[in-house]
Design a protein around this ligand. Structure first.
Ligand SMILES: Nc1ncnc2c1ncn2[C@@H]1O[C@H](COP(=O)(O)OP(=O)(O)OP(=O)(O)O)[C@@H](O)[C@H]1O
Ligand SMILES: [Mg+2]
Length: 355
């Protein structure tokens, strides 16, 4: 069963065709990173305008690469939230138009849930077993750091989340502080490679422990980097500070994830989101986790539509359908259920002019 996935929640216009929720037939991503780099972050209005230009060619390419015609598709899965409203609207309305014109069912997908489903994708079809429940899901992305138990498809229990900055957001902000550019995660990883962190520096960067909780907190760490940067001034040892920061984030993520895996007795850990591309996190987690760890290849950690197609497949199989009145849900989270029904609108106060 082939599903066309469409993703436009932030700064990637993406489309993919996925078979049976696992096999990637095509995965096309038009990234806007260079467009936003000069502003040091994503500019929402600029992002939605670019989605308008790129999404249709990206969908056409994904269909052609998969050797797929409209009649070969079982459904269209589209991200409805969380994300930037303007960007989400472009993807959702494009999906609705195709669904209406080609008489194809529409499936609404949460971007966060889709990140988890990147772990179901099996590239060209190596035959690897799919994840087994109950599993522990760590989502570490630009907007989220969530730790959840996934008991079955669509059944989540939230254990913890960040109380302030998301892990990816902290990477981006610290990279900006150190003058390393945007996006910050890959930049920090690059300058940290091969740098050993001295004890003195490491001790100056706090790890928020938050005893008795699975929540994370990264804003204190960010402030500590800011203080260090001010102290050093011109002689700022960028690479050492970047490496110490990366180590502190990884330690916090790995400690809570490993403890949760032990206490919740899960069968495996699945990690996803842009920060899951980080090599130190991948290696440390694999070493310290009490159960097997599954990590998507880096291209499937950051935003893509193959994960939307995979997630959409399992929702479609459960009979979920969205109507043409489906709205975007920019603040959508997990495990909050996201019904295909639109959010109720408050009617605006309309002032009528006399005729
Ligand atoms: N190698 C890496 N190491 C650390 N962080 C990374 C790496 N690669 C990407 N990131 C970070 O991942 C984030 C982007 O991930 P992703 O695309 O999943 O986030 P998003 O879609 O913006 O947010 P969300 O998924 O929460 O809506 C950025 O903050 C980026 O700095
Ligand atoms: Mg994302």
């Amino acid at each position: 069963m082939k599903i066309l996935g469409i993703e436009s929640s932030c700064d990637e216009s993406a489309a993919a065709v996925v078979e049976d929720g696992r096999r990637i037939l095509s995965n096309v991503i038009a990234s806007q990173v260079s467009l936003h780099a000069r502003y040091g972050g994503v500019v929402p209005e600029v992002a939605s305008r670019r989605h308008l230009e790129s999404l249709l060619p990206v969908i056409e390419e994904a269909m052609a690469e998969a050797g797929c015609g409209w009649n070969d598709l079982a459904a269209i899965a589209v991200t409805v939230g969380p994300g930037l409203s303007g960007s989400l609207l472009v993807g959702l309305n494009t999906a609705k138009a195709i669904s209406f014109a080609r008489d194809l069912p529409l499936v609404a997908v949460s971007h966060l849930e889709a990140h988890i489903y990147a772990n179901w994708l099996d590239g060209e079809g190596s035959g690897a077993q799919p994840p087994r429940f109950p599993l522990l899901a760590l989502i570490v992305s630009g907007g989220h750091s969530d730790l959840l138990v996934m008991e079955d498809h669509g059944r989540y229990r939230l254990l913890g989340r960040t109380r302030d900055d998301a892990a990816g957001e902290a990477f981006d902000k610290v990279a900006r502080l150190l003058g390393l550019g945007f996006p910050g995660g890959p930049a920090i990883e690059r300058v940290s490679t091969g740098v050993s962190v001295g004890r003195g520096l490491s001790q100056r960067l706090p790890r928020a422990v938050l005893r008795g909780s699975y929540d994370f907190s990264f804003s204190g760490l960010k402030t500590a980097v800011l203080r260090l940067a001010r102290e050093y001034g011109e002689d700022l040892p960028r690479a050492e500070i970047a490496a110490a920061f990366q180590e502190a984030v990884v330690e916090a993520l790995v400690a809570k994830t490993a403890r949760a895996a032990r206490e919740e007795r899960v069968t495996e850990i699945v990690v996803s989101g842009g920060v899951a591309a980080n090599r130190l996190l991948r290696e440390t987690l694999a070493k310290r986790a009490p159960v097997p760890v599954r990590l998507p290849p880096p291209i499937l950690c950051t935003d893509n539509a193959a994960m939307v197609g995979a997630c959409g497949y399992f929702r479609f199989r459960r009979g979920e359908r969205a109507g043409l009145d489906q709205d975007v849900l920019s603040g959508l989270g997990l495990p909050q259920p996201y019904s295909p029904r639109p959010v109720p609108r408050r009617s605006p106060a309309i002032r009528r002019f006399p005729r």
